[in-house]
Design a protein around this ligand. Structure first.
Ligand SMILES: [Zn+2]
Length: 563
């Protein structure tokens, strides 16, 4: 089918004068705005300076695409693409052309999206920004075509793509042709991804319907503005269908984060910097420059610890947890959330960072420090959702050729009703299966407790290191004693019999390296351990600068084949 192009009006600077900024449904034009949430009257100038966030209540006003470009891209770096793509009326819908013409006159926009190329902090990127003023940024054939062309050019030029989404969904006046835009844009993005290129979406209010069910949800990294409405079916439609009122916060960014569909919620004022950091971490592999790791003397008491002593030490209340290691070793760590299925399991933390100038993916089992954090992080016992988040981030590391560093610290996988319903066994199995052939280096470091399959699901690696007083076992000594001897009180005896210390692991060939630690390892003396891990990481990264993926995978196969 050939599209019939109709007309075009070129957008001028006049069309987007800041004083004409009209944001949100009830905002009057002119010098003042009335906040739709707190009803406060705000000077237009003040609102603009605050990136269209209400200074009184923090309410987010919708932004013009042109303003977004000004706020996001380096000054003068934007080159617009396909601005002259003309309107179509593929189904010959009566009155549609008039409607488009009127909107064109009113807003100065040719369509609901502006696309092009620009730079953020010097990093070149393709960018597309939707604008709700134009038919609620519904996805007609021109919107789909502009996105597809932008993505195709990004693939040719090997550039990342960033799309700011906002849309009411499909465009009714273009019917089935609008639906096809979902397939067309998704297909272009698949090619872009298969070429190993980065795609980021920034979901803004509202992102709904066909846009959610296509390019909005396909980002390698999905960011969202706070409080944005994001969903497939609109809340009104759902309420009418089920005959119930929806709960507060339903389909908002925070809800999506909790349910595993958003990597990170970013305040508007931080979006540019966040995008810049992410682009930087993906731009190239970076220059390798070993981290300076001073040698620190490790102080130890002169007592021989029994295996049971080590069990107790590994569970110690003051012992540093994964977050502490991440903070010390990867200060530029950006955390990403969610499994893209049901939930964000906080027992697993994952994200990207640099070490020695190279980008790495960091995935950790995380217990938290105090009771509140312990509960929020499920005491470091991951659910299937946690393992699926870990796998998602590992696959992303593979796509971008980043080494994966896992920090292992769990008493075991979470045991419970929901975990079984969602397939705890399947999730762990899937990780073992996929990790065995992941085409990027994997290093796992057991920092405290490594229990059962719950630990192994982050440790099918090229190398495994272990802190001196950490333990690694098929189950807890209490569990072992209770199964074998029907007496969990004999746990200390079991600990000795089970061979679970770092020394045992080295002898059995389960780990490559034992990291010496002070007798009472805590935040006060963590430096010595950080220093040894850091030196080890320098070596590991340096040895894998130009890794041969097939050789790596063969080596990993052989490593586990011998047991
Ligand atoms: Zn307000």
């Amino acid at each position: 089918m050939e599209l019939r192009y109709l007309f075009k009006k070129t957008q001028t600077a006049e069309d987007n004068k800041p004083s004409e900024q009209q944001e949100g449904p009830a905002a009057p034009q002119g010098l003042f705005h009335k906040c739709t949430k707190c009803q406060e009257t705000i000077f237009s100038e003040e609102l603009r300076k605050n990136s269209f966030v209400c200074p009184t209540c923090g309410n987010y006003f919708r932004m013009y695409a042109s303003t977004r470009i000004e706020e996001t891209l380096d000054e003068g770096s934007f080159e617009e693409w396909d601005a002259d793509l003309l309107e179509t009326n593929p189904l010959g819908t009566p009155g549609y052309e008039d409607k488009l013409r009127k909107l064109n006159d009113k807003t100065g926009l040719n369509e609901a999206i502006i696309t092009g190329k620009g730079r953020i902090g010097g990093h070149e990127t393709v960018i597309g920004i939707m604008d709700c003023r134009f038919m609620m940024a519904s996805m007609g054939s021109v919107v789909g075509e502009k996105i597809t062309r932008a993505v195709e050019r990004a693939t040719e030029q090997r550039l990342p793509v960033i799309l700011f989404t906002a849309s009411g969904g499909a465009r009714m006046q273009e019917g089935i042709v609008s639906l096809m835009q979902m397939a067309k844009t998704s297909a272009a993005l698949k090619r872009h991804s298969d070429a190993g290129l980065l795609y980021i979406t920034v979901l803004t209010d509202p992102t709904t319907g066909g846009v959610t069910a296509s390019f909005a949800m396909l980002g390698d990294i999905i960011l969202a503005e706070p409080g944005a409405l994001i969903g497939f079916a609109g809340p009104r439609v759902i309420e009418q269908t089920i005959g119930q009122k929806l709960p507060e916060g339903f389909q908002r960014s925070e809800f999506l984060l909790e349910h595993g569909f958003v990597d990170k919620i970013v305040e508007r004022r931080d979006i540019r910097d966040t995008l810049e950091s992410i682009l930087k971490l993906h731009e190239d592999k970076g220059q390798f420059a070993p981290e300076d790791m001073p040698e620190i003397k490790i102080s130890k008491k002169n007592t021989k610890l029994t295996p049971w002593d080590k069990v107790m030490i590994s569970r110690g209340k003051d012992r540093p947890v994964a977050e502490d290691y991440i903070k010390e070793l990867f200060p530029d760590f950006i955390e990403f959330h969610g499994d893209r299925f049901v939930r964000d399991d906080r027992a697993i933390m994952g994200g990207i960072a640099t070490f020695a100038g190279r980008s790495v993916t960091v995935i950790a089992e995380s217990k938290g420090h105090d009771t509140t954090e312990n509960i929020a992080r499920g005491f470091g016992m991951p659910s299937p959702d946690g393992y699926r988040k870990a796998l998602r981030l590992m696959k992303q590391a593979e796509k971008f050729g980043r080494p994966v560093i896992c920090l292992v610290d769990t008493p075991g996988a979470y045991c419970g009703l929901e975990a079984e319903e969602r397939g705890q066994g399947e999730a762990i199995a899937r990780n073992l299966y996929e990790m065995s052939a992941l085409k990027t280096p994997i290093l796992s470091i057991i920092i405290s407790e490594a229990g059962s399959g719950g630990a192994l699901a982050l440790a099918v690696s090229d190398e495994i290191w272990m802190l001196e007083n950490a333990i690694y076992a098929i189950l807890s000594p209490e569990g072992y004693a209770s199964i074998l001897w029907k007496d969990s009180k004999r746990a200390s005896e079991a600990a000795a019999e089970m061979k679970l210390t770092a020394e045992d692991m080295l002898r059995l060939g389960i780990v490559e390296k034992v990291i010496e630690e002070p007798t009472d390892l805590s935040m006060d003396n963590i430096n010595a351990v950080i220093s040894s891990i850091g030196s080890g990481l320098n070596e590991f990264i340096s040895a894998n600068l130009d890794f041969d993926a097939d050789k790596l995978v063969r080596g990993r196969y052989d490593r586990f084949r011998r047991f």
